[in-house]
Design a protein around this ligand. Structure first.
Ligand code: ATP
Length: 607
């Protein structure tokens, strides 16, 4: 993999490039995360401040100690006071540090919860535009960068600033000339630190983007692991993901470089001022302008200035990293979500053992396109399906059959016409209630990582063992469960990889049935099933359709011949509706499909 290929790879994920937030927007976004925790942060700040003040009193005690020593006075009292100050200061600072770290974790938790809640409610088109891996890295990696900026760095900036001012005032009280020298050095070097700050933010943004790219690529590879292996693509993908990791490393190193420039500037500022104060202060002691104890106290104050100045620099660098992360978090938060809140009405899935009447479905002149820049997929689709019975949708690949299901589920909004379920426009149904009435089995019959039981109860977590057993029998899965070493608690592997294609399909049907739907949408797998599996599936669907409205995107003759009615779709339109025999005789496209695509002859008992 040459370096030249990497920009091309990145070009694909244009849509996930971090937006630039203005300074005000960045601050407001960070403040929104900090706001709910401001009480605890304030408490942490008070502790930090008290700790700093006790630290600040130590030079005064030390000055008193030196003075008493030089005047041959007792130092016991002042020694005890100094020890108490040190111990107290340490305890207070440690408590403040704990409060702040705990609050920082709470900020991360709240940010993660919000993001998880929003991302799982994304509108489907938004999800299709995004990179799931990159979105995952925003939840896992970017949120951790909020940890410091919303707590420690705010407190560090506040307490550091206050302590620095107090220290400077005390230094001024000791000697204005030495203070002038100290501030001169600090301001000069501080200016240089200010120049490198934006570079830290830039490097942090790039680094986070590269981490997102790693997640995106990994998600792609793990999602098609068999294909990856069968294609012999391991090395290529390793190189691509490795290049993204290298990108993250490069920008991390760049950020570390600028951070170390900032830190060494702080060290330099302190050392140069220390030497300057020592030289000029020594001369002032020699000339009698100040006493030795004043010089000692001033040097101790200078020593104490290191901490607040370091805190200010640390706060500034953390702010740069936080601003990189917050831009990516804000972008994810701005993605459009669905309103799927539940209404007062109980959804069928929540009733115990009760199935409502089978739902009727009607499309009235529906038109739809997936995106403005894509051609329409439906050009005025109309059909009517009464309650119960089975309706098969057939047609050439790309005719718009699966899209019918996406519109019924309201994953997408139709651009024109109406879709009626039980005579009621889907736009007037509360989304949660609408979906609770529907069982949906996708074409690739997704089975989730976990146990068979977890898969079955995914859509109806309150299902009883009896209900589970009932659907297992209906989906002809009971024999499989008996065979499995741990029965329902057998782990089925990532995406159900330990099950056969037909078993996966029946698990998906069982899951949908457990929801006790009034309408079952079944997108039949295009892959061929063996005769036993095919028969099992056919029987299950036929049985279910006696009491539930079943719509099937059919790819097999065995399914089609079972249907009460067949809707023939072509290029986004319904061209004919009828039974198998009517259509074989009356519709040339159907006749051709029956003869070729279904790859089988009509069974003798066909309807
Ligand atoms: N999420 C999507 N975004 C953009 N275009 C899409 C999307 N899903 C499907 N399409 C396009 O819409 C058209 C209809 O797709 P649809 O899946 O409804 O066809 P189908 O009749 O079910 O096909 P098949 O029998 O191959 O499953 C196709 O041209 C497809 O490329």
């Amino acid at each position: 993999m040459s370096r030249a290929e990497i920009p091309a790879q990145n070009a694909e994920k244009n849509e996930t490039t971090t937006p630039k937030l203005s300074a005000g927007e960045t601050w407001r976004a960070l403040y929104a995360h900090f706001r709910p925790h401001r009480g605890l942060v304030a408490l942490g700040a008070v502790f930090a401040l008290v700790g700093a003040v006790t630290g600040l009193m130590q030079p005064l005690a030390a000055k008193e100690l030196v003075d008493r020593l030089s005047q041959d006075e007792s130092i016991t009292g002042i020694l005890i006071a100094l020890t108490a100050l040190v111990v107290l200061g340490t305890v207070i600072e440690a408590t403040g540090g704990y409060i702040l770290s705990r609050t920082a974790e709470s900020v991360v938790l709240a940010a993660r919860r919000t993001l998880i809640g929003r991302l799982l409610r994304l509108k489907l088109p938004e999800m299709e535009r995004s990179q799931p891996g990159d979105l995952m890295s925003r939840i896992s990696s970017d949120t951790t960068l909020l940890r410091a900026v919303t707590t420690q760095s705010i407190v560090a900036a506040g307490t550091g600033g206050l302590t620095a001012v107090a220290t400077v005032v005390m230094m001024g009280m000791m000697d204005m000339v030495l203070l002038g020298v100290t501030l001169g050095v600090i301001v000069l070097i501080g200016g240089c630190v200010g120049l490198v700050m934006p570079k830290i933010a830039q490097a942090a943004t790039r680094s986070q983007e590269a981490v997102g790219e790693i997640s995106t690529r990994l998600e792609r590879a793990f999602g098609a692991f068999r294909t990856l292996k069968a294609s012999g693509a391991e090395e290529r993908e390793t190189a691509i993901i490795g290049a993204a990791a290298e990108d993250a490393w490069r920008h991390g190193v760049r950020s570390a470089k600028w951070e170390s420039v900032a830190w060494s500037s702080v060290g330099l500022a302190v050392q140069v001022s220390f030497l300057a104060v020592l030289g000029i202060g020594g001369a002032r002691v020699a000339s009698g302008a100040i006493s030795v104890s004043t010089l000692v106290a001033f040097l101790l104050f200078l020593f104490y200035l290191i901490d607040p100045v370091s805190k200010l620099v640390e706060a500034a660098t953390q702010y740069q990293e936080g601003s990189a992360a917050i831009a990516r978090i804000v972008e994810a938060e701005r993605l459009e979500t669905e309103q799927t809140e539940r209404t007062g009405r109980t959804a069928p899935a929540e009733k115990t053992g009760q199935t409502g009447p089978a739902a009727s479905v009607a499309f009235e002149n529906v038109s739809f396109r997936y995106r403005e820049d894509l051609p329409p997929v439906h050009h005025g689709v109309s059909f009517e399906v009464p309650g119960a019975g089975m309706t098969a949708f057939v047609g050439p690949s790309g005719a718009g059959k699966t899209t019918v299901f996406g519109l019924i589920e309201r994953f997408y909004e139709a651009d024109g016409g109406r879709i009626l379920i039980d005579g009621r426009d889907v736009r007037d149904w509360p989304t949660a209630e609408l979906r609770a009435s529907i069982g949906y089995v996708e074409q690739d019959a997704p089975v989730l990582a976990g146990t068979l039981r977890e898969n079955l109860v995914f859509a109806s977590p309150d299902a009883t063992d009896e209900q589970i057993h009932e659907v297992l029998v209906r989906a002809r899965l009971d024999a499989l469960v008996d065979r499995l070493p741990e029965g329902l608690d057998t782990v089925v592997g990532h995406r159900g990889s330990k099950l056969s294609g037909g078993e996966r399909q029946r698990v998906a049907i069982a899951r949908a049935l457990l929801r006790r739907p009034r309408l079952l949408l079944l997108d039949e797998a295009t892959s061929q099933l063996d005769a036993v599996n095919e028969m099992a599936l056919r029987d299950v669907v036929a049985e279910v359709s006696r009491e539930v409205t079943v719509l099937v995107v059919a790819h097999r003759l065995s399914t089609v011949t079972l249907a009460d009615r067949i809707v023939v779709m072509d290029a986004g339109r319904v061209r004919a509706v009828g039974t198998h025999q009517e259509l074989v005789a009356g519709d040339p496209l159907y006749g051709e499909l029956a003869a070729t695509q279904f790859l089988a002859t009509v069974p003798e008992n066909a309807a």
